[in-house]
Write a protein that binds this ligand. Structure first.
Ligand code: G4P
Length: 522
């Protein structure tokens, strides 16, 4: 096995576009599960297990992300689930730092929706290549040209249709593969794809008339010829650079286009890419084992205070029992019971390769952003903490629980659920989040896991910036003059709490020697 055999990707979409259905079908076609519906069943089991996360059940969403692995034609696919709800969390951003490519699912009736766009922007920041899947062509949708133009205009991406739908909704007659000149056809009353494929010589093949209705043939020829002439040709390098997206039409529900999508990921999506690191980028072919933690999930089982750190392997061949040194502190840890996340069950991993994700059970030693390596000295960069957009003061209802509250806030900051700031003056701790939902998660977990009853009240601040300066004396002066606005984050880094973005600009102008950062790289 080599890193070339791995495809580590995520699906980005707006809620309801069909991500769950597509995930289920990818696993089904990938041979990972044998019955459709198991993803939902599995989701329910997971939700039942993590009953601390009641919000998940109430809202019917998955706040936590997981990893699903399947194999096909000698290729191992690692699918990282990104939370699909509208509230954004750092979890979502960080999951996208651990993938080499993404599939963007669009509802054919709706086009690009806000959440898709936000997630796309995160991918763009890291030049993550995108394959587009236009879903639900079995229903009435917007004209394909309109959808393609929307992707091109809104996302500033070149589009290249790889397949074309012959009609949509009631007029849907199948999907034509523009690369291989194959037609995928519906069968039976359900009009599902059950493997019926016809091969043609091209769009002008007269035999098309034997299968499609006369209107279908005319429509396909007219539209597909225009599309081939009007949009960019597929170019693997431009796709890998994030400048062009190949577009596949399909229906996850009726199983159209799922196979083509898996083939496309196998054929075009990049195998593990070099990762930005200090002192130099890490190549997947490097022999030394390295990886980084992009997610920590605590208390998956309320009876055991376990914590799983999710590590993306970046180089070397990992073997069970290996000792790796976390960048946070110097002591090597032996990884005796790593977990690989297969769709059916969790399996103990004996070996893992670049691109794979392993779960490392631990008691809070490993943190999001940590690098793990065989020899210390490497540090992956680019896993940011984001400036919180919502700040709240934590109000403790029972003052004998101060210690538990501090532990809970530190734990959750470590997991990336919320950020915590300890002001220089006063005893009101402040928490910061990127999306509203994280506040609910925080309160529910404080109550369920830490037995701490707490409330949240508005903080006198609106945003936060990490401050630093080349000259320590300048920083000290700044901090002394602004003590009422200064706090420390969980790692003791100085943070300036501002009443508004305007105040940040105003203060930044007055203290040109001080750097105000909206993200802090770990
Ligand atoms: P999400 O994870 O992106 O939120 O979407 P999900 O897969 O749950 O799909 C949202 C709804 O869209 C579901 O219907 C699902 O059955 C439907 N859907 C997904 N793919 C297709 C498709 O290709 N064609 C059609 N026609 N529908 C599709 P629902 O009624 O909300 O849920 P359910 O009762 O079917 O589970």
């Amino acid at each position: 096995m080599t890193p070339q055999d791995r495809r580590t990707f995520a699906i980005i979409s707006h809620p309801d576009a069909g991500k769950t259905t597509l995930t289920e079908k990818l696993l089904l076609f990938g041979g990972a599960i044998h019955l459709a519906g198991e993803v939902k069943a599995r989701g329910q089991a997971r939700r039942a297990r993590s009953d601390w996360m009641k919000i998940e059940q109430q809202r019917g969403i998955s706040v936590t992300s997981s990893v699903m692995t399947f194999e096909r034609q000698g290729i191992t696919f690692n699918l990282l689930d990104t939370p699909g709800h509208e509230d954004f969390s750092e979890d979502t951003y960080r999951t996208l730092t651990a993938v080499d490519s993404a599939v963007m699912v669009i509802d054919a009736a709706k086009g690009i929706e806000p959440q898709t766009r936000k997630l796309f922007e995160v991918c763009r920041l890291r030049s993550v290549p995108i394959i587009t899947f236009v879903n639900k062509v079995d229903r009435e949708g917007r004209p394909p040209f309109e959808l393609l133009d929307e992707v091109a205009d809104m996302l500033q991406l070149d589009v290249c249709p790889m397949t074309w739908p012959v009609g949509m909704g009631g007029q849907f007659e199948g999907i034509f593969d523009l690369v291989d000149n194959r037609l995928l056809l519906p069968e039976g009353d359900s009009r599902e794809f059950q493997g019926k494929v016809e091969q043609y010589r091209g769009l002008d093949d007269p035999d098309l008339a034997n299968t499609l209705s006369p209107e279908g043939v005319d429509r396909l020829r007219e539209e597909a010829e225009l599309a081939v002439a009007g949009y960019a040709d597929f170019d693997g390098d431009r796709y890998c650079a994030g400048d062009l997206t190949p577009v596949y039409f399909g229906s996850a529900l009726k199983e159209f286009g799922v196979d083509s999508l898996i083939d496309a990921i196998a054929r075009h999506a990049p195998s593990p890419r070099p990762q930005p690191a200090e002192p130099a980028p890490v190549q997947p072919s490097d022999s030394e084992v390295t990886g980084f933690i992009f997610k920590v999930q605590a208390n998956m089982d309320p009876n055991h205070r376990d914590r799983i750190a999710f590590m993306r392997l970046c180089s070397g061949v990992f073997k069970r029992g290996m000792k790796l040194t976390p960048s946070g502190h110097g002591k090597p840890i032996a990884i005796h019971s790593p977990i690989l996340f297969f769709a059916r069950e969790r399996e103990l991993a004996d070996e893992a390769y670049p691109g794979d994700i392993i779960g490392i059970p631990n008691h809070g030693v490993l943190r999001v952003g940590d690098t793990l390596s065989e020899r210390p000295g490497v540090r992956f960069t680019g896993l940011p903490n984001f400036a919180p957009e919502i700040l709240r003061r934590v109000q403790l209802k029972d003052f004998t629980k101060t210690k538990q509250l501090r532990k809970a806030l530190d734990d959750m900051a470590e997991e990336g659920v919320t950020q915590v700031f300890y002001p220089e003056i006063g005893s009101n701790w402040i928490i910061g989040v990127v999306g509203q939902l994280q506040l609910e998660v925080l309160l529910s977990r404080l109550d369920a896991e830490y037995k701490v009853a707490a409330g949240l009240e508005p903080a006198p601040f609106d945003t936060a910036r990490w401050v630093s300066a080349a000259d320590p004396a300048e920083l000290k002066t700044f901090m002394e003059l602004n003590r009422t606005s200064m706090a420390k984050d969980r790692d003791d880094n100085p943070v300036f709490l501002a009443k508004s973005a305007w105040e940040v600009n105003y203060i930044a102008e007055r203290y040109p020697a001080v750097k105000f950062a909206a993200t802090r790289e770990r």
